[in-house]
Design a protein around this ligand. Sequence first.
Ligand code: HEM
Length: 432
Amino acid sequence: MHMVLTCDPANIHYILSKNFSNYPKGPEFRKIFDILGDGIFNADSQLWETHRRVTLSLMHHPSFLKVLEVTVWDKVEKGLLPVLQNCAKTGSQLDLQDIFQRFAFDSISKLVLDHDPGSLSLDLPNIPCEKAFNDLALVLLHRHILPERYWKLQKWLGIGKEKKLSKAWDAFDQFIYPRISLKQEKRSKMFDEERRFVGLTTLMEAYEETNNSIRDAKAFIRDNILNLMFAGRDTTSTALTWFFWLIATNHWAEEKILEEIANELDVVKQGQDSRLFNVQQSHKLVYLHAALCEALRLYPPVALEHKAPVQAVILPSGVRVEPNTKLILFFYSMGRMESLWGEDCLEFKPERWISERGRVRHEPSFKFPAFNAGPRTCLGKEMAFVQMKMVAASIIYNYHVRVVDGHPISPSDSIIIQMKQGLMVRLFQRNR
Ligand code: HEM
């Protein structure tokens, strides 16, 4: 239990940016997150630089944004809206968190593996890999808290929470490896002109160009895919869940988002199919963007970050930290500090994110570290906002979401603060 917790922005700036090289993820982090293998989350120094370059090249690929838009659009139209429509028609309850997790899982899987597992469809099938991410986030928090010997013993005996993790591990491998094999096979038969943007192929080619001395290329690709899926599924779905709870309990904000959609989007004015919104349209939704930032401030999905200094340091706050001390950066508290956000810090106020010129206000990442800060800033921030805005606008424009009376709301004990009991809602179709 020997650890230092900090929520001081000066310390955060110092650790994540100014003195970055003294704070690698380190061996302790790697032990806890062993399931992520050699992927970007576990990597330091040269390996991390390679990952960063390759992942960036994927996201800056000329076709990436278009493929993202088509993927999200397709999922909203063929997965999300039919499920919501069915729920509105039958008056049944629905766990919105589960729906967002399925949405994010199918989308990221389609993007990086070129495979849509269809977990978000009318019969809501049980896909072991999809649910395994919940167990992963839960067990990883336990590993942060329990003495290492204790969880290692559980792992060795195959009992308790560690049993869940080893099942999750199998589920990931069984989902990812066959897709890699299939892609390897197809690639060898593909003519150049047949090649189009496919996340997995692009990643494979990029890694081949950068590093051909990798011990087991297939395992290496598996690690990277799993890291991207973990990054893409849990964070976005958690952010959307808290966002919908916040607007369901602050009706005026929902009204303002609706008004913005009606005022800003031509598609609505022209009476075209207004059930869906594209990337360009979502860029115009400033108030919606601000409301999402506000939800991320109050409920950052990655609530804490774990670091270990290589050399002893005195942090800007005056605390001395010895080498290899577990250093926890507590982002959750930072969103609720009066010294940072003023007296109304506990209130949901999207307006605080809008500048006098009507644009989204920029806040420095060491004050608002929901997407991390410094050289290891989240690579999927832009992608997450595109997804969240397209989904949120489509739902809010078509349905009024009401939380089921008496449904308990609390954060889960996990490294991603999901809702412990999900978000049970009823949906009411808007008259258009
Ligand atoms: C609301 C959504 C998201 C939030 C709040 C978020 C937050 C974060 C945070 C806090 C980190 C730092 C984690 C660490 O170093 O331990 C991170 C890293 C990362 N995120 Fe995100 N993320 C989001 C969505 C995404 C999406 C959709 C992707 C795309 C797959 C993504 C890709 C990544 C990657 C690749 C890293 C590793 C960066 C590095 O270590 O250099 N994120 N994200």
